[in-house]
Design a protein around this ligand. Structure first.
Ligand SMILES: Nc1ncnc2c1ncn2[C@@H]1O[C@H](COP(=O)(O)OP(=O)(O)OP(=O)(O)O)[C@@H](O)[C@H]1O
Ligand SMILES: CC(C)(CO)[C@@H](O)C(=O)NCCC(=O)O
Ligand SMILES: [K+]
Length: 244
């Protein structure tokens, strides 16, 4: 009889939605979007424990924790102050760094033994730079693609947007198209700049990208950038291997 490999439920609570993954010490198995409390209960049945990483609303996190407690499942709320040695945070106050950024760096380290930059194209866009020794050098935070478009629509009288879809052509020929291609080129610009920043510092490096809006940019990634959608869960796995 084969022994059951323990699986942990990992939750990545962002500002737009909650992603989950079933994770063992070695692999990320099932992943998806958490829909509601019933869905959470179904996932809890097959989990040995729960690891929660949140940059979202604390009230919402508290609701999820209630459900987890009522099912008597062990859980742990991760924080950047938890010491995992692989990445040393550049901030004077590491607690201010978004946990998703730190986990993305931890995840990227599994795939790279060189200096690297990791970009997350989510509600916000973030980029973090790490040297070969695992020292976080610093990073960037800017609005995500949807936020850029929404704030243009909100703060101008005549700039209209089509919130139903994205025009992905390189240049636009009406207002809606110009906004979409403009916002996408902003995001592409940060990728190019991250590549340039690394090129200026290091002769050899890796670039990683993740986040819900990557698909809009995929055809135009700089060559060599690695798209690892589950990179944050690989970061959480690192944590599980060290703690569990
Ligand atoms: N099913 C979906 N629900 C919500 N957003 C989605 C979905 N599919 C793709 N997206 C896109 O993903 C983006 C959010 O990305 P992601 O899920 O990585 O961010 P987040 O984790 O909520 O936020 P962040 O990590 O930036 O705090 C949204 O801007 C949206 O355009
Ligand atoms: C920047 C976001 C919103 C990206 O998800 C998140 O990492 C966050 O809330 N960070 C806190 C601020 C910081 O990282 O400095
Ligand atoms: K966000």
């Amino acid at each position: 009889m084969s022994e059951r490999i323990p699986e942990y439920l990992c939750l990545d609570i962002g500002n737009s939605r909650v992603k989950y993954a079933m994770v063992t010490k070695r692999e990320v198995t099932d992943t998806g979007i958490l829909t509601d409390q019933n869905h959470l209960q179904q996932l809890l049945v097959k989990s040995e424990g729960v690891y929660i990483a949140s940059v979202g609303q604390t009230e919402y996190v508290a609701e999820l924790i209630k459900v987890i407690q009522s099912s008597n499942c062990r859980y742990e709320l991760l924080s950047t102050s938890t010491q995992v040695q692989a990445i040393a945070v550049a901030y004077n106050n590491p607690a201010k760094l978004g946990l998703d950024r730190w986990l993305a760096m931890l995840g990227a380290r599994r795939f790279s033994s060189r200096p690297f930059a990791v970009l997350d194209i989510g509600t916000a866009i973030t980029c973090d730079f790490v040297d070969v020794g695992g020292q976080h050098l610093g990073g960037w935070i800017c609005p995500g693609i949807q936020l850029m478009r929404q704030s243009l629509a909100k703060n101008t009288a005549r700039v209209t947007t089509n919130q139903q879809q994205w025009y992905v052509g390189d240049i636009g020929k009406d207002t809606e198209e110009c906004v979409d291609s403009g916002c996408l080129v902003m995001a592409k610009g940060i990728i190019d700049r991250a590549d340039l920043w690394m090129k200026n510092q290091f002769s050899d490096y890796d670039l990683f990208i993740c986040g819900g809006d990557c698909d809009l940019l995929l055809p135009e990634f700089v060559s060599g950038i690695r798209h690892i959608p589950d990179i944050i869960f690989y970061g959480m796995m690192q944590f599980i291997s060290e703690k569990a």
